[in-house]
Design a protein around this ligand. Sequence first.
Ligand SMILES: [Zn+2]
Ligand SMILES: [Zn+2]
Length: 318
Amino acid sequence: MKIKLYGTRGSVPVFNPRSVKYGGNTTCLRIFADQILENTALVIDAGSGIIPMGNDLLKETAGKLKDVTLLFTHWHNDHTLGLFLSPITYFKSVKMKLLGPNENNIGPKEMMQDMMRPPYFPIDVREVRSKFEYINIDMPQAQVVLIHQKGLKLIDLDIYERIEMHLEDIEIEDEFYPLNEFLVIKMHRAKHPDKTISYRFEDKTSGKVFVFLTDNENEDGFSGNLKKHVEGADLLIMDAQYSRDKYISQTVGYGHGTPDYAVKLAEHCHVKRLGLTHHDPTSEDKDVDQIMEEGQRALSPNSKLEVFACADYMTIMV
Ligand SMILES: [Zn+2]
Ligand SMILES: [Zn+2]
């Protein structure tokens, strides 16, 4: 797998000369894996980073882009605001599958209908509706998304676990394929206001694991579900918006985490590399550097965990 980050800022995009090293786009990242066909893309979130992501994608595919699968963590504005301005949204030939949490009957379709319409936006979603397919995720912790070169499907976790235990083949479009040809995406509900999903990508071909856990606040200790979700990741990218001091004095309950907590979780779960993300809009480069150092100081003696701060346009091999 390969991950390219296009937006690592939290809450609101920023642009100032003291925040260029880490960048100012809000959350968007692209996942590259063998299971994803040429001229298609798998993307998480549509913060302002989806605008340069879309430009790169159109350039790379030179007019042949067919299909974009977009996984949303949640519907807060910083994770959706780029979608309506990204060029890929307006190319009629590009189909888009939007998957995301459904809570109180608000899922991807309702988000688009509510937000992409005048007077909030000059174009009504109905003008581009033929492009979109919507898939609600009702119970993130009890469902699994399976991606294969032949297609995508959402199944119940207990059915998936039976398949995994018995090494059964999986049906996609009336044909059966072995599990080792799939990218398996498991989910966990993050600790954040409004239903928010963390995605765990298990590449069954390479055996590598990537977990994206943003918009997640520190818990007391680590729940069993959280540990299982993060266990053994080759790469964990996790929310560390605030220093411990700022968290304690100002931001408890805001739904975001601290670097020391991310490091403790990662060490506890045998993670190899930890990238800190969702940088606070008031953090300049020097402040993000300090948050990264705070994380590095929290490492246990002899820890092998690598801790770094995520930056826009960074590419990471998993
Ligand atoms: Zn956010
Ligand atoms: Zn949020």
